[in-house]
Design a protein around this ligand. Structure first.
Ligand code: BTN
Length: 265
């Protein structure tokens, strides 16, 4: 990993690369608590022993996969200056949080697409990145109590499917499996971080434009899906992603917008 190139060629101003961490999101949050002031800060780990996914799930960090988190100033992801300050909490499902996750999803798709030839790649709302029908990358956005934002991204890059845990065998894929080639992590990070900077700029200027980009990449459109919200399951036909980042579902009660929940089918 060429950290100096990443610092030179992206908007990241400080980077920490470790062989092993529990979770890069936790490390980024710790750095925020310790008063990290040179932001955006990038935290990368070759191995995570306690990688976390959304909804309290674990994230499998396969050997030779890419796991990193970006710690951003709240201002970097807030809307226009004259709009009221968003009140965000860690793990909250508030709207700006959804848009940050969608922006990260767009950045991941746009940066990996050139590596994949004709293979289909897109987003499952809120922010799973799928290629050839399987999960290629996951995104975990967490807003800290001081409103700084951690965007954690795990990408199955050079990890081999032969190491994949049995329960993920039919769910996950890797760039190595799809392309037959090992990919350069520095190149991927530079492309992705530059796309991320673009998305953050769009988010500040025109959030609906970011949502429209995510909508164009949404793989659930016009498919029957079910959303779990606590004990409730809402089934409907997906009508894509709304300008504020909500999932649009056509239900027996009409077209409804959802801001949180887990897609279960
Ligand atoms: C999901 O699909 O549920 C989200 C997975 C996010 C995984 C990444 S890996 C880097 C960062 N550190 C973590 O502990 N999680 C995120």
């Amino acid at each position: 990993m060429d950290i100096n190139r990443i610092l030179r060629e992206t908007f990241v101003v400080e980077a920490e690369h470790r062989e092993e961490l529990g979770s890069t999101n936790d490390r980024a949050a710790d750095r925020a608590k310790q008063g990290a002031s040179r932001l955006p800060l990038l935290v990368i780990a070759d191995r995570q022993t306690a990688g976390r996914g959304r909804g309290g799930n674990r994230w499998w960090t396969g050997s030779d996969s890419l796991a990193f988190s970006l710690l951003l100033e709240s201002a970097a992801v807030e809307g226009k200056k004259d709009t009221p300050r968003f009140t965000l909490r860690r793990q909250s499902n508030s709207r700006p949080n959804i848009l940050v996750g969608l922006g990260a999803g767009v950045a991941v798709v746009e940066s990996l697409k050139p590596l994949l030839g004709n293979e289909e790649i897109g987003i499952l709302w809120p922010n799973d990145v799928m290629a050839a029908g399987r999960k290629l990358a996951g995104i975990l956005v967490e807003v800290l109590t001081d409103c700084r934002t951690v965007i954690g991204i795990g990408i199955n890059t050079n990890n081999s499917m032969s190491d994949v845990p049995a329960e993920l065998l039919w769910i996950a894929t890797t760039l190595l499996e799809l392309t037959g080639k090992r990919q350069d992590h520095t190149e991927i990070l530079i492309a992705l971080l530059n796309r991320m900077e673009e998305q953050i700029t769009i988010l500040k200027r025109a959030p609906a434009e970011l949502a429209a980009r995510a909508d164009a990449l949404c793989l659930q459109r016009d498919k029957p899906i079910a959303l779990q919200q606590g004990r409730k399951t809402i089934a409907g036909l997906c009508r894509g992603i709304a300008p504020d980042g909500a999932l649009l579902l056509e239900t027996p009660n009409g077209l409804r917008s959802f801001y949180s929940g887990t897609i279960i089918r």
